[in-house]
Design a protein around this ligand. Structure first.
Ligand code: ASP
Ligand code: MG
Length: 598
């Protein structure tokens, strides 16, 4: 018999009608032959109300009492949901975090799960009951009630789904699912049937509020399919699983971020340690930086650009000035009227075609591209903010994201549950789940990669006018050259510089193609380097964990490695270095992040 975890957020149990509707979901799933574990949050804004109430009594409530208080929100919910299930004629039992066997440490208000024992839940399930569990809470060794941090019910749900080897973890919420882009900005936005974990993580800015990135990463690790479903309607929502949609679309979703500012640091010395100094300063000021681009240095001067939340700009400039003082050289510039538009898709194995199309649409709108970064499955371009909404609409159209799927869904989710009960394997799984939970809120760098198969192509003095990138990548795409990493830095004096990497074997062909386009652009120059190495740190939440960049660039600086190019996204940070420094760089990074065989 398969097991389903159903998680209901606060809005999905806010009123008695909604509680009944939630109960009906569980009853339907039970009657369809599943075992059902519900994980329920506090009703509506209950947790906020309890926080306010405490604040009326004291400025400094003790943490233990705060958790005692906040945990009542979920207790109220589970009791009501269980009663509702009873009225529908099924057996149900409501349980607190402690009762379902979630033991945490004693860090009140942000406790970490230490162990989960699933026997009690399993016993109730085997007796034919629906288990209605409190999200967001556990108990410590002394039986004190603890809470897992705001939004912690997602953690409870994904942890239980992994520990119980659920077939699926359904997340009921107040949206219809995950959309191809924000439907408030683009009414034609289409609900996505199925999306991969990585696509969802890269689209975090679109999916904001749907689910915490950490829970998605967690589900990915244990291969728990997540289904984001509306609680107010019958829709099947969006399945977040290992594979994305099986249709032929190369782009799955688009994201637009408008509240960012651009910062450029130029005239920097081109030597090891410079990026490390800058990232250390930014991390010290806790500034989440994104879209970091560093292009190949010219005339011994390096330059780096990145974006920060507009509200952090003043602080960023301060941090930047500090770094410049420390380095003894450099200047800082910024721009605020910018927007970041990104296209994400698993089908983006090669960027050339997608990039060409994206840049063409941008050119058609007469918009100029200020910066470009890419990850394996994402291309981001920084453009002027005015017209960004219109641009998003055109991109949505040109990538045919509103069109119905060309093929029928071949969903086929793998059943992850074991065929036979194996106590030892189950214990090992529980240990692994719990071990992983320990680092759930920490910096999670899962892998460091070295790619030594690429070469670099750079175009200097690219005319800073709309359409050049489109022409460039159309030519490259038509020559069937796979483009991996694309980096364009902010332009100066009307000229931009763009670099990208291509497989070594394609370099000569690529240079021929590029030369042809280049001949039309006065002053543009081409350079390339056959022997480069790309070092990539893979993880999640790299943006908010300001320490990752710091660590990465410090490790490279300490190994005396100069960085030629940088490129970042939510889930990866890449640096291009000289080929003969690749192996050293890999070792340095593995050591810095405690990975590999060291
Ligand atoms: N009720 C808690 C909160 O509002 C936990 C949750 O909703 O996930 O943060
Ligand atoms: Mg909540």
């Amino acid at each position: 018999m398969s097991l389903i975890v159903q998680k209901f957020g606060g809005t999905s149990v806010a009123t008695s009608e909604r509680i009944l509707a939630a109960a009906r979901r569980a009853v339907d799933a039970k009657r369809a032959g599943h075992q059902v574990v519900m994980v329920v949050s506090a009703r509506g804004k209950k947790t906020d109300e309890l926080v306010d109430l405490a604040a009326q009594i004291t400025d400094a409530p003790r943490a233990r009492e705060m958790d005692m208080l906040l945990s009542t929100g979920e207790q109220e919910s589970v009791a009501l949901v269980a009663m509702a299930i009873h009225t529908l004629g099924e057996q149900a039992v409501s349980m607190t975090g402690g009762q379902i066997g979630i033991i945490t440490d004693s860090t009140f208000s942000k406790a970490r799960i230490r162990s989960i024992s699933t026997e009690t839940i399993q016993r109730h399930l085997d007796a034919g009951r629906i288990v209605v569990a409190c999200g967001f809470q556990g108990v410590d060794d002394e039986q004190n009630i603890t809470t897992l941090g705001r939004g912690g019910s997602d953690t409870t749900a994904t942890a239980l789904a992994a520990a119980l080897r659920a077939k699926e973890c359904e997340i009921y919420t107040d949206v219809e699912g995950v959309f191809s882009t924000d439907p408030r900005a683009v009414p034609e936005a289409r609900k996505i049937q199925q999306i991969s974990y990585d696509e969802m993580l890269e689209l975090a800015s679109v999916g904001a509020g749907v689910m915490h990135s950490r829970s998605i990463e967690f589900a990915k690790k244990f291969n728990v399919p997540l289904r984001v479903r509306p609680s107010y309607a019958d829709g099947v929502g969006t399945l977040i699983a290992a594979a994305g949609d099986s249709d032929s679309r190369v782009v799955t979703g688009l994201a637009l971020v408008k509240n960012e500012a651009r910062v450029t640091m130029l005239d920097l010395p081109d030597r090891p340690g410079v990026m490390s100094t800058i990232f250390t300063r930014m991390a010290a000021h806790k500034i989440p930086i994104d879209m970091v681009v560093q292009n190949v240095a010219s005339q011994g001067k390096a330059e780096v650009s990145f974006t920060v939340p507009a509200s952090d700009l003043a602080e960023t400039l301060t941090a930047g000035e500090e770094a410049i003082r420390e380095l003894g050289a450099g200047q800082i510039q910024s721009g605020t009227h910018v927007a970041k538009v990104s296209a994400v898709g698993n089908g983006m194995r090669s960027h050339s075609g997608v990039a060409a199309q994206m840049f063409q649409t941008i050119a058609n709108q007469g918009a100029n591209i200020e910066m470009i970064t890419t990850s394996e499955i994402k291309i981001s371009a920084l453009v002027d903010r005015s017209g960004a909404d219109g641009l998003l609409q055109h991109l949505h159209q040109d990538f045919q994201l509103e069109a119905p799927r060309p093929t029928a869904p071949a969903v086929g989710v793998k059943q992850t549950g074991p065929a036979t009960w194996d106590a030892a394997a189950h214990d090992a799984l529980l240990r692994e789940v719990v071990g992983r939970l320990g680092s759930m809120e920490d910096i999670v760098v899962s892998e460091v990669l070295l790619d030594d198969t690429q070469s670099r192509v750079t175009i200097h003095n690219l005319p800073d006018i709309p359409g050049t990138c489109a022409q460039l990548f159309t030519a490259v795409a038509e020559g069937d050259v796979m483009v991996d990493m694309i980096v364009q830095n902010v332009s100066h004096a009307g000229a931009a510089e763009i670099s990208f990497t291509v497989p070594k074997a394609d370099l000569d062909r690529c240079l021929l193609l590029v030369r042809e386009v280049l001949s039309a652009w006065e002053g543009a120059q081409l350079s390339s380097e056959r022997d480069i190495a790309k070092l990539t740190v893979v993880g999640i939440g790299l943006r908010t964990h300001t320490g990752v960049g710091e660590k990465m660039f410090r490790a490279l600086a300490e190994a005396d490695i100069n960085i030629q190019m940088i490129n970042t996204s939510e889930i990866r940070m890449s640096a291009v270095v000289q080929l003969d420094q690749g192996a050293n760089g890999l070792t340095a990074l593995e050591q810095a992040f405690g990975l590999g065989s060291h």
